[in-house]
Design a protein around this ligand. Structure first.
Ligand SMILES: *Cc1c(COP(=O)(O)O)cnc(C)c1O
Length: 520
């Protein structure tokens, strides 16, 4: 007898004509219809039962006066199991790192180890309050201090702030430090240089901090053109913001020279460290001339990402920038206890309330300590090996625009497939039918029609082989049956969306039927 899911697969195949079923890893959404909680609601249902009142009843109006809200609006009324099932069914439409590979290039969607979650839920850690007195917070301060020490060691920098809440926020903080540094020397300078391969947040950051952005072209290897740089660096340049390895996964082999050119004119080298997954344990930005950089704990250091966030974007820097770090900073007192120091007259000020996303510090530290130095180095090697395995297994069917050896990610272009009318976005949508999250499409901009793939070290060879199979099948479909790709995905509850309409005219609000009101 066919199982329920086999029957469902069969139904999907029957109703979705162009869907070809010979995929090894198909995932069809379990429930095809799910109404809103408002629509499921029926009056009088509750998901809770309160115990009898055991304190004197208070007249709300007497306490709150005019602030009492008479009409609570139209809220759904459901039993507990209806709510649980509703959200559980919704969750089956999501893709997650716990379901399969998530090859979003540059985003480093690695596995979030369970030990991180275990440690971060320990009562003394999870329940600590940011206003708790320092003498009761020594454990939390020690966690912050130890993580700082580990990240300083890993990056080869002199000091760090854990405050920023994301990578882009770290960039903002790092460029604020740069501006404060130049200002302290009497001139904030005017320009920040950004290569054309940069993440969009780099030029945005420089502009938000008040700098003019000057673009630098990449050379044929996908690296910064050192000659062009030399001509552009003047005493008006505050910094170069450089992603290393770059967004095509290439290590800037002339990074020393780049640092020397900048330093000769008093400019600083900012490194976008979002791609540290390719460097940890192998080389240190502090040793190759970087002055200031951010890390993404939610990328390199395995803390949850996207909907599972929040993020964390620590900024590490050289001693020359230390006076400008956001307040407060952790210091050790004469008696050996730890404390926050707010008395820092040259500080750029706070960039985040309290001390940053502390729960993420705990998870990142758990990851670092669980791996140890050798484990972290192995992680980097595995991430690079996985990306190069995919590169080798796909380079005969997808165009590889830069032949330079790559580290933790590989960028193809859709040039061959566009001859059949199939673009990178179409291939990405078809990949959903094969049970994978799409890779990053159309970025970096220096590769027209980019397919940017980053497997991370999390994936086994078996999962990589399934992915390679799927990508090869899609390439074959592009030759034989492009229509199946152009109308994908076919296995999801909602198939191809009109993305422009979805972005421009989103329907976000449910309106009660005319005349409806909440029944008591
Ligand atoms: C992810 C990323 C950023 C931004 O980090 P967020 O945490 O998403 O703000 C910046 N630069 C590069 C290269 C990235 O990959």
């Amino acid at each position: 007898m066919a199982s329920a899911s086999e029957v469902q697969q069969e139904e999907i195949r029957a109703t979705k004509k162009p869907f070809v079923g010979n995929t090894r890893k198909v995932t069809a959404h379990l429930t095809q219809n799910e109404s809103l909680t408002f629509e499921k609601s029926s009056p009088g249902k509750k998901a809770y039962k309160l115990p009898p009142l055991d304190v004197p009843e208070v007249d709300a109006a007497a306490v709150l006066g005019g602030a009492v809200r008479e009409d609570a609006g139209y809220l759904p009324e459901l039993s507990e199991i209806e709510i649980i099932r509703h959200f559980t069914r919704l969750s089956t439409w999501n893709y997650a790192i716990d379901l399969g590979m998530y090859p979003l290039g540059s985003c480093t969607m690695k596995y979030n180890p369970r030990v991180n979650e275990l440690v971060s839920r320990l009562e003394g850690i999870a329940e600590a309050h940011p206003y708790q007195p320092e003498h009761l917070s020594q454990g939390a301060l020690q966690i912050i201090r130890t993580l700082q020490d580990c990240l300083i060691e890993i990056t080869g920098m002199d000091t760090i702030t854990l405050q920023p809440a994301a990578g882009a926020h770290g960039e903002f903080t790092g460029i604020l430090l740069t501006r404060a540094y130049h200002q302290s020397k009497g001139n904030a300078r005017k320009t920040v240089l950004v290569p054309d391969s940069a993440h969009g947040t780099n030029p945005a950051t420089a502009a938000v901090v008040g700098y003019k952005v000057q673009n630098i072209k990449s050379n044929a290897l996908g690296m910064v053109d050192v000659g062009a740089l030399e001509n552009l660096v003047t005493e008006d340049v505050a910094a170069l913001m450089l992603t290393n390895p770059s967004t095509i996964g290439v290590f800037e082999s002339e990074i020393h020279k780049i640092a020397d050119i900048l330093h000769a004119k008093g400019a600083l080298l900012y490194m976008d460290g979002a791609n540290m997954n390719a460097l940890v344990g192998k080389t240190r930005p502090g040793d190759f001339g970087v002055d200031v950089m951010h890390l993404n704990l939610h990328k390199t250091f395995s803390t949850p990402h996207g909907g599972g966030g929040p993020g964390s974007g620590p900024v590490a820097c050289k001693a020359i920038l230390e006076p400008f770090l956001p307040t407060p900073v952790v210091v050790e007192k004469a008696d050996g206890s730890l404390s926050f120091n707010y008395d820092r007259p040259q500080s750029v000020g706070r960039v985040r309330m309290f001390y940053g996303n502390f729960g993420m510090f705990v998870r990142a530290l758990a990851y670092i300590l669980a791996n140890g130095p050798d484990g972290l180095r192995q992680t980097t090697e595995d991430a690079v090996l996985n990306a190069n395995y995919i590169r080798k297994k796909l380079e005969d069917v997808y165009e590889l625009p830069y032949k330079t050896p790559t580290l933790h990610e590989v960028v193809f272009s859709d040039r061959r497939q566009t001859q059949r009318g199939v673009k990178t976005g179409d291939i990405a949508k078809r990949l959903i039918d094969y049970g994978f999250h799409p890779y990053t499409t159309a970025f970096p901009l220096i590769v027209p029609g980019a397919l940017m793939i980053e497997p991370t070290e999390s994936e086994s060879k078996e999962e990589l082989d399934l992915f390679i199979d799927a990508m090869r099948q899609v390439a074959q479909e592009a030759e034989e049956n492009p229509e199946v790709i152009l109308s994908a995905p076919h296995s999801t509850r909602i198939s191809r969306l009109d993305e422009t309409a979805a972005a421009r005219n989103p329907v976000l609000r449910w309106k009660p039927p005319v005349g409806a009101s909440r029944e008591e």
